[in-house]
Ligand binder design. Structure first.
Ligand code: GLN
Length: 304
């Protein structure tokens, strides 16, 4: 199927629509981003690709990086990681503390902040140089040596990230953080500060649409079962307390970030990344959701 006409049509329609919501301002650096940016990059496992708008401009991928940190920890430790967190949707905002009290410090899933912070703790325990090794992994999956952290964004988040510091300390109090909270939270802020373009994100995570294998060199990043499970968690938890709505309207595994990006995967078909910085009240890109809803409906291309 040639998706390019539908992609173009939906892009033009959504571009003209009123951009609702606002850019994330709780991280001061993110408030400086031009709210009118809009990019899409679509890449099929057969090699065909299609980009529109600002698809080659790097932006702060924020929580989309939680897919990479999960994949790296899952690759290294296998099913053992599920002793430290669950695979259930939380139904609460991404930075919520409330369930941790009754769940005794075990986060509901690896995509809410609490779960990603535990993944960071796991990676610190497993890697010699966590920051460098994480970047090497990102560069390996994307065949792109330009992928880097943004010191500015990481520092900016650190200056206001009281809630994440609280999460990390709270989990530590239940014994589910092994390293020092300072070290873990610094690594978490670094993870969230990675900058990539829509094209780079789609290329990096295309292996999730290809049974865990990279397209360029056929290297197995995750096993087929781990890939299925990662996509399943994206489906049920990737958009926080809007994951049900995203499944309902879009029908693809997805992962959002407060930088305004959304990655969506159609298993065994394609990866597509959207970027539009204005967020809805759940912290997800307003136009990103809108684009994907129209695209999967018109192209009859959801998994349902
Ligand atoms: N760094 C952000 C935070 O912890 C990530 C949140 C997100 O992208 N949803 O608040």
């Amino acid at each position: 199927m040639d998706y390019s006409n539908i992609l173009q049509e939906v892009y033009e329609k959504v571009s003209k629509e009123e951009g609702r919501g606002g850019v994330a301002s709780y991280i001061p650096e993110l408030a400086k981003v031009d709210p009118l940016k809009f990019g899409v990059f679509f890449k099929e496992i057969n090699g065909r690709d299609f980009g529109m708008g600002d698809f080659d401009e790097k932006f702060s991928i924020q929580s989309i990086a939680k897919v990479a940190s999960l994949c790296l920890a899952y690759k290294m430790l296998g099913e053992k990681i599920w002793e430290r967190m669950g695979v259930e949707p939380s139904g609460t905002p991404f930075n919520s503390l409330v369930q941790l009290e009754s769940d005794r410090g075990v986060p509901r899933n690896p995509f809410i902040n609490a779960g990603a912070i535990v993944i960071c703790d796991i990676l610190i325990g497993e890697l010699n140089n966590p920051e460098e090794d994480l970047l090497s992994f990102m560069r390996e999956i994307s065949d792109n040596s330009s992928i880097s952290f943004s010191e500015n964004i990481a520092e900016s988040e650190k200056s206001t990230g009281y809630r994440n510091v609280a999460l990390c300390n709270f989990i530590k109090s239940f014994g589910n953080i092994e390293n020092s909270p300072e070290k873990v939270i610094d690594f978490y802020f670094k993870l969230c500060s990675i900058e990539m373009s829509c094209r780079e994100i789609s290329c990096a995570f295309l292996f999730l649409a290809n049974g865990g294998r990279k397209i360029s060199d056929n290297k197995q990043i995750l096993s087929e079962s781990q890939t299925k499970r990662t996509n399943a968690i994206m489906q049920s938890c990737g958009l926080y307390d809007e994951s049900g709505e995203f499944t309902f309207k879009v029908g693809l595994p997805g992962k959002s970030g407060v930088g305004g990006g959304i990655l969506a995967i159609h298993p065994y078909k394609y990866a597509v990344t959207l970027w539009s910085p204005k967020l809805n009240s759940k912290g997800n890109s307003y136009k990103g959701m809108r684009f994907l809803e129209l695209f999967t409906t018109k192209a009859r291309s959801s998994i349902f």
